[in-house]
Design a protein around this ligand. Structure first.
Ligand SMILES: [Mn+2]
Length: 239
């Protein structure tokens, strides 16, 4: 049986000169391609009503949370900091509902960048709305305009983790985030950090949930680095 992967989709809802000005639901092609290459069957879940999250999750085997907008800070009890960037409240609400349903229905979750941060918030953790709020910030975590196929900063991986088995003790990742995990949700464990101490990967603290979260973008490097592809292979075929 083919493993059905639900990818939580994003929207373009401002006026832009693409798609003939139409608003669109979408996910980056790289997620679709990586899942197909790993033998999974990807389905894009458009942002919808939170009460429909249970029906969506019941149709899929596993959930993938992609990157994108900043997370509305009131979900972790803060007002918007001046350095907060674009948010989409509808996406936050829908994805928070997808996460709760996936956990309730025991469906594994692979969470990328914003997805990892939102997962932490959904489970009770908090974020730095901007890295300038992190006192020990020393590494460039927003590598733009350097292209995403280039890994720019190092991470140190914890031994007792699935990530260690996939990537080893040290690895280099690309980095496109200005927000980061602050306090970690109690049901999660940190499995990798950058050298300045930013959380770069998480897993479930116990065996009750199947969770892999990464702060970088493996979907933008898997075709130039076979180790990066092992994350998708693990998600689709093992997690
Ligand atoms: Mn980083």
């Amino acid at each position: 049986m083919t493993t059905i992967i639900g990818i939580a989709g994003n929207q373009i809802i401002q006026s832009v000169d693409i798609f003939n000005g139409n608003h669109v639901s979408y996910t980056p092609q790289a997620f679709v391609t990586a899942i197909q290459k790993a033998g999974g069957l990807p389905i894009v879940l458009p942002i919808g009503e939170e009460e429909h999250a249970a029906a969506y999750v019941s149709q899929i085997d596993k959930l993938l949370l992609a990157g994108g907008q900043d997370i509305s800070p009131d979900y972790f009890g803060e007002e918007p900091h001046p350095k907060l960037e674009e948010t989409n409240r509808n996406r936050d609400i829908f994805e928070l509902a997808l996460i709760k349903e996936a956990i309730k229905q025991s469906k594994p979750i692979f969470a990328v960048c914003r997805g990892m941060q939102l997962l932490n918030v959904a489970l009770g953790g908090t974020l730095y709305q901007d890295l300038s709020l992190y006192p020990e910030w020393k590494v460039q975590h927003g590598q733009e305009p350097t292209q995403p196929q280039f890994a720019t900063h190092g991470i140190q991986i914890e031994k007792d983790s699935a990530l260690y088995d996939l990537l080893g003790e040290t690895y280099r990742v690309n980095s496109y985030h200005h927000q980061a995990i602050n306090t970690l949700a109690s049901s999660l464990k940190i499995t990798a950090k950058s050298t300045d101490g930013i959380v770069e990967a998480i897993e479930s603290a116990d065996k009750s949930q199947n969770i892999l979260g990464v702060q970088w973008h493996p979907e933008l490097r898997f075709d130039v680095d076979t180790k990066e592809f092992t994350l998708f292979d693990y998600f689709v075929n093992q997690l």
